[in-house]
Ligand binder design. Structure first.
Ligand SMILES: [Zn+2]
Length: 447
């Protein structure tokens, strides 16, 4: 499976600047530099995964050495282009994740003193450069300070904030953007066509949306979908994509969102449990909820510019209905809470619990003003929510875990209240809440 995916990804890797998606601001500049002989000795390509950094680095390495570049693109026909294609010592691709020591960089420095063997330039493409050790960065800096005329460095990273300022200042920096939804969708449709597989517009858009601007992830998911349908020669539909990606269908997301709106904790938790039993990935579910509320936010802010909203045609009516029920402040509060839990879930041991807590917090906190909430009102809600959990048909161990976690959330909430408006009886109120839970038959362990 991995082999097939690599094959497909390599197959559609652009070979010229003009074929790179969504990065015109970069490719245009690089093409001009090649045309006008204005290239520099150190480049830094930054941007999230699958946005084309390594692809552009390889094209640049070829264009720099090409004997007859065409409009700043490598000709792909000359001896130099062919040599690079076959693999030549003068072009090195280094993965800094596995070669991050000072000795690795010293060896590289030694090598840069010698003229290239077959090409005009020795080109070093260092991927994930932020992984270099401090010593290795220092060694690299020395080379970057006085680079030999025949050497070009192309550094690439997903985390440019981890690259020392001294290195940054020596490089010409290019920021790669996420691939546009429309570009990605189009590329997927073309790839499917070349692979003789039919795909619906909705399905192509859904893959693009799930890949979040990363072309590599998008093609990988397309590959999985192709293998899903190849046996029966079927068309790739939204349903196939959801199955292949293991994502919750939008009906679940709408279900949770409706339950949050009607404060029906039990209904929301049931949906989460069903999804969990179907082995749906919990962090992805949170991601989808964020996307969902982001769509609603955009609909509120710019009802006439729906291009920015990522929805499927079948969802338009549902979004319209939900959007009418919600106000912007509320949506923003939801998004804040969701973002917080999305941060937290990668470190969480029980990811289902994290999603459950998140939804409970959406129901309890998401619908009241941030500051100055009435304690009595809050307490009433918490009691209702707790009762809802016990009546929700969850097995006792889950109830227990939830109640315990709720107590913590509650305690934090009370601390927040203290910082906003000091209230001496807060601790007492917390005690009372925990007692209420105990009375409901839920054991609460206290710190
Ligand atoms: Zn060439």
């Amino acid at each position: 499976m991995i082999f097939i995916y690599l094959a497909l990804y390599r197959k559609y890797r652009p070979e010229a600047f003009k074929d790179v998606f969504s990065q015109e601001h970069i490719t245009r500049t690089l093409q001009n530099q090649i045309k006008n002989n204005q290239t520099v000795h150190a480049y830094l390509f930054t941007g999230s995964r699958g946005t084309g950094k390594t692809t552009c680095a390889r094209i640049l390495a070829k264009a720099l050495n090409c004997l007859s570049p065409e409009d700043g693109n490598p000709c792909l026909k000359c001896d130099a282009c062919k040599l690079i294609e076959e693999g030549v010592q003068d072009i090195s691709e280094i993965d800094a994740a596995s070669n991050n020591g000072v000795d690795d960089v010293r060896l590289l420095r030694e090598e840069t003193r010698y003229a290239p063997l077959a090409l005009k330039y020795r080109v070093y493409i260092i991927d994930e450069v932020h992984m270099l050790s401090a010593g290795a960065f220092n060694a690299l800096l020395k080379t970057l300070e006085e680079p030999p005329a025949h050497v070009v460095f192309i550094l690439a990273t997903t985390e440019n904030h981890k690259v020392p300022a001294t290195i940054l200042s020596r490089c010409q920096r290019f920021e790669f953007k996420r691939v546009k939804l429309t570009d990605c969708t189009l590329a997927l449709k073309n790839a499917a066509k070349t692979e003789n597989t039919a795909i619906t517009d909705d399905a192509a858009e859904l893959i693009a949306r799930l890949s979040d601007g990363g072309m590599r992830d998008a093609l990988s998911l397309l590959e999985t979908c192709i293998s899903h349908v190849s046996e029966n020669n079927d068309e790739i539909t939204g349903k196939i994509v959801r199955e292949a990606a293991g994502v919750a269908g939008s009906e679940h997301v709408f279900g949770i969102s409706e339950a949050v709106q009607s404060k029906n904790t039990a209904a929301a938790l049931k949906i989460i449990n069903v999804l969990h039993e179907q082995s749906k990935e919990m962090s992805r579910l949170l991601g989808e909820l964020i996307q969902h509320y982001r769509n609603l936010m955009l609909l509120k802010l710019m009802p006439d510019e729906t291009d920015l909203v990522s929805w499927l045609p079948e969802e338009v009516d549902d979004y319209g209905r939900l959007s009418a029920k919600l106000d912007l402040t509320q949506i923003l509060q939801y998004l804040n809470i969701l973002e917080e839990y999305y941060e937290r879930i990668s470190r969480s041991k029980d990811k289902r619990l994290t999603v459950e807590l998140c939804v409970i917090q959406l129901i309890t906190d998401g619908q009241r003003p941030v500051v100055g909430r009435q304690s009595a009102e809050a307490e009433e809600e918490m009691t209702a929510v707790t009762r809802n959990i016990t009546e929700g048909g969850l097995p006792p161990p889950r109830q227990e875990a939830l109640a315990e976690a709720l107590a913590v959330v509650n305690r934090l909430e009370n601390n927040k209240a203290v910082s906003h408006a000091p209230e001496p009886s807060v601790n007492k109120k917390l005690e009372e809440k925990i007692n209420q839970m105990k009375q409901l038959g839920i054991e609460v362990r206290q710190k």
